[in-house]
Design a protein around this ligand. Structure first.
Ligand code: GRE
Length: 338
């Protein structure tokens, strides 16, 4: 399919070569290739897009990124640097490349203002944040965005009318030490990423973020971070047990309604037809977006899988490009009408 849109696609800052190597050491079989691909914005990336029928890519700063920085001043300064850097880099390619804002999530007001700058002055299409923000004197605290103190931020997101991508990061501090250190092969895509993001998004659901901000649009990757598989059981326990026990005070709608009205899932890094079929049943084609997860995954696997998947033409176009083009209000991009 030509003109696909991909939106969980990472870049790094070339000056952080050592950091890129550290992360690649956990997640890339060929760290040199990975480093070259993640630092490139417009050469190899656009060649792959042309080869595999990707019309438009939305770029975001790689995990764990700013969410790994517990000094709030340093975190904000780097977020601004990253946003200015990528705005400049994509400028010559407005019909091929867009960007999602990188944000320091220490202070809801500051995060809201940087998002506003990125959207209104730099033309960014939304934000991507890597799960909880590390905080505290030694980085052992974690800031979740599901409490009322974040209402000022979510109000700005809905006022700007842009989506927010809740992306995973690695477990750190005491959580890492107690749960993952002796099970380190499970860190990342095998388990920890989905656990982190599903806890966070379901925290937003149960703490009433979507009831207070009914227009808010949140995207999660990896075909829904295990939640679609658990939809029936979550719904059963919310409706039949937790709501009679008090959950109904903060969470008025059903989990399926939040997925229909507020939550999107992408195919990033999860190229399985049986899982996609499950998601089509539990979430529906109107809420699924194609993505790759480059360079942690590759164009070939993502695109040849999606192109060969048997779907009716309408659903394939929705998932491959139309849903994302509408959600991000994209203008012209390559092969939009192909
Ligand atoms: C990502 O950022 O999406 C990612 C990683 C590491 C491994 C897999 C992955 O940062 O998808």
């Amino acid at each position: 399919m030509l003109g696909k849109i991909a939106l969980e696609e990472a870049f790094a800052l070339p000056r952080f070569a050592e950091r890129t190597r550290w992360w690649a050491g956990m997640f890339a079989v060929n760290p040199d290739k990975h480093a070259a691909e993640i630092n490139d914005i417009t050469e190899q990336r656009i060649k792959y897009m042309d080869e595999y029928g990707v019309g438009f890519t939305l770029l975001s700063y790689t995990a764990p990124g700013i969410q790994d920085m517990w000094d709030s001043k340093e975190a904000h300064a780097l977020a601004v640097e990253v946003n200015d850097y990528i705005a400049e880099a994509i400028k010559p390619h407005p019909t091929r490349l867009g960007a999602l804002a990188t944000l320091s999530m220490h202070d809801p007001k500051q995060a809201a203002e940087e998002l506003r700058r990125c959207v209104t002055q730099l033309g960014f299409k939304g934000a991507l944040v890597n799960d909880t923000q590390r905080a505290g004197a030694d980085g052992d605290d974690m800031v979740f965005y599901d409490g009322p103190e974040w209402d000022v931020f979510w109000s700005t997101v809905t006022e700007l009318d842009v989506p927010f991508y809740l992306h995973p990061r690695n477990p750190t501090g005491t959580i890492h030490e107690k749960l993952w250190a002796k099970r380190s092969w499970l860190i990342g895509p095998p388990l920890s990423f989905a656990q982190g993001v599903s806890l966070h998004i379901l925290g937003m659901v149960t703490n009433g973020v979507f009831d207070r901000h009914p227009k808010l649009q949140i995207i999660i990757g990896h075909l829904g971070e295990h939640i679609p598989f658990d939809m029936w059981r979550i719904n059963h326990w919310f409706e039949d047990v937790k709501k009679p026990l008090g959950l109904s005070k903060t969470c008025k709608k059903t989990i399926r309604e939040y997925f229909a009205q507020n939550i999107w899932i992408t195919t990033s890094g999860h190229f399985s037809t049986p899982t996609l079929d499950l998601c089509l049943t539990e979430v529906g084609a109107d809420r699924i977006l194609f993505s790759i997860d480059y360079p942690f995954e590759n164009f070939h696997d993502a695109c040849t899988w999606f192109d060969a998947t048997e779907l009716n033409d309408t659903d394939k176009k929705k998932i491959g490009k139309n849903n994302a083009a509408n959600l991000f209000k994209l203008g012209d991009f390559k092969d939009r009408d192909a």
